[in-house]
Design a protein around this ligand. Structure first.
Ligand SMILES: Cc1cc2nc3c(=O)[nH]c(=O)nc-3n(C[C@H](O)[C@H](O)[C@H](O)COP(=O)(O)OP(=O)(O)OC[C@H]3O[C@@H](n4cnc5c(N)ncnc54)[C@H](O)[C@@H]3O)c2cc1C
Ligand SMILES: Cc1cc2nc3c(=O)[nH]c(=O)nc-3n(C[C@H](O)[C@H](O)[C@H](O)COP(=O)(O)O)c2cc1C
Ligand code: SF4
Length: 642
């Protein structure tokens, strides 16, 4: 039974030229998919119940592409027939579909577009490091036409509307911002002058597509940059957008260059709905919000408070295409909630910087981009499968194998599921990782997996079950480097500290400044401890993804001392000895020393399993300590191959 407080999410939204069956839409996301793959991916989300889907950026001009190489454009009429089958398939699956139109301006990488990028003014981009060429007035006029023509092509392809990408630092937002638009022609000047480009696009597009085609503008209510466009500007602009032809406004919160974080897990859920609320106060068209809404209750609260009319979800629909259907059917506890780990965005950024091997992927949904392959179809050959380890790797294998019809028995030596994730959720701002544990807990209740909790796997269990296959997912444990004094009573591993099994003194030195060391340091610093991190490399948190790392770095330097390029020589009763400036022995005083020098794989069952002659697989951190994404993608692959 669905909680009645969520009913508000399922009220239709009817505009004169677009009716959406519920209040959810898929927010635009760039991707790396070819047309068939893209269709399968979006159709899966339409089947999952979302009322409307906005595509990722679609280029309107060859000089305005971003990193996604093979993505079809609407730059020419060819795009009409390319997109039409996809549009029909999505509509056939029950959702409306809107094309997001874009020119990247100074964010367009020259390696991709084969020329110098363009912008309102010749001001270098911190994002790409490239210097753009200033557009002439005639070129700007032409780009207005390009957007309007692309809108018409979208209509001809059958789309239900278009969304103009006026956000995130792409060309339209470059025109809107005083930081990047220093023009003296009619496309520059004061706040309204700088809006001429977007207002002209709206008017031209409207005159081509007619009144019965929905036009939305996605824009940043604030750029999030010092000296950029601020909320006061947006309150002036929003009614002008509507007057010029916008039927809807989609409110976002800042540029890729913004100095405030928008995507990582330390951004609170629903953090940006206050911006939509402000815009809603000055217009009478539907306004949508987006950003960190991975929970139906948060979405319903936003609507109930009147902050927005529509709820945009980007990443939450990557991690679970069925988010909306599960909510509608009262199965919210089955949602695989996005953790905001930003792995997906990091992958896309690597692509933008020219790495051709990356594809849009989700750390916790390994099926993303493979929706059309029927990978979870029932197997014709049902097997008895033993899975050893109840961390994410073991749990994902058990889930996939059980869905496919195998008889699965999972052994976990501890009394609780989750593996290292139970430690990972302890440091500040990491609680979203608990979503993964919660998801698998529920899956294990729903699926016919035999759980043998608190039972370390041994040779005897093989004789008992006589399995057809064994999957080892035994994870990793702390790596203890051979430093003199490391056996001292005041020394413990970060994993021990995070499991609360070791008392901690006031002065703490952490050996190792990778993700685990830094996060443990932040936890202890927040508890009022005096913390020093010693790292032998020349940077810390090198294993944290870039989207999360910069915000983390801004935080941690205020909370702890960090000593890079320092290798610990010895641990004594007084503290940790490192080489000083003149290479002399310098002691950093410590009551507690925490070792976070990496992890090593747990492979103690390998020989036993090898000797049995039964097919076996090793997955996750027991092959090589890594991230959740590695564990789950390994597990999914093996679960599908069994
Ligand atoms: C503090 C910390 C923070 C982290 N933060 C992140 C993060 O932000 N993002 C990210 O992607 N990753 C993070 N990680 C890494 C992530 O937790 C691992 O990548 C992931 O847990 C690996 O999954 P796994 O299933 O391979 O191994 P594990 O999670 O280690 O699970 C292995 C399981 O096997 C069980 N087991 C071992 N031997 C036996 C046996 N003989 N019989 C039965 N059971 C056995 C163990 O008890 C354990 O439950 C973090 C890790 C830590 C420690
Ligand atoms: C992988 C990825 C690709 C994105 N691509 C686009 C895009 O093409 N156009 C756009 O306006 N926003 C894009 N965004 C931003 C999202 O639309 C959304 O504003 C942001 O992710 C916050 O929403 P979420 O917390 O629901 O993910 C992208 C975000 C991600 C994670
Ligand atoms: S990769 Fe992480 S942030 Fe992206 S959708 Fe998946 S869980 Fe969410």
């Amino acid at each position: 039974m669905r909680d009645t407080s969520l009913d508000i999410l399922f009220e239709p939204l009817t505009m004169s030229n677009l009716a959406v069956k519920n209040r959810f839409f898929m927010a635009p996301m760039g991707h790396t998919f070819g047309m068939d793959q893209l269709t399968d991916y979006l159709v899966a989300r339409a089947r999952g119940g979302v009322g409307m889907i906005t595509t990722g950026v679609i280029s309107v001009h060859p000089g305005g592409g971003v990193g996604e190489r093979d993505v079809a454009t609407l730059e020419t009429d060819e795009g009409i027939s390319t997109y039409a089958p996809m549009v029909r398939a999505i509509q056939g699956a029950g959702a409306k579909v809107v094309a997001q139109l874009n020119h990247a301006g100074r964010y367009a990488p020259s390696w991709l577009i084969g020329q110098q990028c363009v912008a309102p003014s010749a001001i270098p981009s911190r994002y790409t490091g490239e210097m753009p060429r200033e557009l002439s007035t005639a070129e700007t006029d032409h780009l207005v036409e390009c957007f309007a023509e692309a809108a018409l092509r979208a209509r001809k392809a059958g789309f239900d509307g278009v969304e103009l990408c006026g956000c995130s630092g792409y060309l339209i937002s470059q025109f809107l911002s005083p930081l990047t638009n220093k023009r003296n022609d009619r496309y520059g000047g004061d706040v309204l002058g700088r809006a001429t480009f977007l207002l002209s696009i709206l008017e031209e597009a409207r005159s081509r597509v007619g009144d019965d085609f929905n036009i939305c503008v996605k824009f940043d209510a604030e750029d999030g940059l010092k000296g950029g466009k601020v909320l006061e500007d947006s309150l002036i602009l929003a009614p002008r957008f509507v007057h010029a032809g916008a039927d809807r406004l989609h409110v976002w919160s800042g540029w890729h260059e913004a100095t405030r974080p928008m995507l990582p897990m330390f951004v609170p859920r629903g953090a940006f709905s206050y911006l939509a609320k402000a815009i809603k106060g000055v217009v009478d068209v539907p306004v949508s919000t987006v950003g960190r809404i991975n929970d139906p209750a948060v979405a319903a609260d936003i609507l109930a408070r009147g902050d927005a009319d529509l709820i945009g979800m980007a990443r939450p629909l990557l991690s679970d295409p069925d988010f909306v259907r599960k909510t509608e059917e009262g199965r919210t506890d089955e949602i695989r909630r996005c953790t905001a780990c930003c792995y997906c965005f990091d992958q896309l950024m690597l692509g933008m910087h020219g790495d051709e091997s990356v594809r849009l992927s989700c750390a916790i949904n390994a099926e993303l981009g493979r929706e059309g392959e029927g990978l979870l179809a029932e197997t014709g050959e049902k097997k008895d499968v033993i899975v050893v380890g109840g961390g994410p790797a073991g749990l994902e294998t058990a889930r996939v194998a059980a869905i496919r019809g195998h008889r699965v028995t999972l052994f976990e030596k501890d009394d609780t599921l989750g593996g290292m994730l139970r430690a990972a959720i302890v440091p500040p701002h990491k609680e979203e990782l608990k979503n993964i544990i919660d998801y698998y807990h529920r899956q294990m209740e729903l699926l016919p997996v035999t759980l043998r909790m608190g039972e370390a796997f041994t040779r005897e269990r093989i004789d008992e079950i006589n399995p057809d296959a064994i999957v080892l997912a035994t994870g990793a444990g702390p790596l203890i480097p051979p430093i003199p004094g490391i056996d001292g009573p005041q020394v413990s591993s970060a994993l021990d500290i995070l499991s609360d099994s070791h008392p901690v003194g006031d002065r703490v030195v952490i050996i190792g400044g990778g993700m685990i060391g830094i996060e443990t340091a932040e936890l202890l610093a927040d508890q009022g401890k005096d913390v020093t991190v010693v790292e032998m490399l020349d940077e810390v948190a090198a294993d944290v993804g870039p989207t999360t790392r910069w915000g983390m770095m801004a935080r941690i330097y205020k909370k702890m001392r960090i000593r890079t390029s320092s290798k610990v020589i010895e641990i004594t009763g007084d503290g940790v000895v490192v080489p000083g400036r003149e290479n002399e022995r310098e002691t950093i005083p410590a009551d507690t020393v925490v070792v976070a020098a990496g992890l090593e794989s747990v492979r103690d069952l390998l020989e036993i399993v090898k000797e049995c002659g039964i097919p076996f697989y090793e997955i996750g951190s027991c092959t090589e300590p890594g991230q959740v994404a590695d564990a789950i993608s390994d597990a999914f692959r093996i679960g599908c191959a069994l």
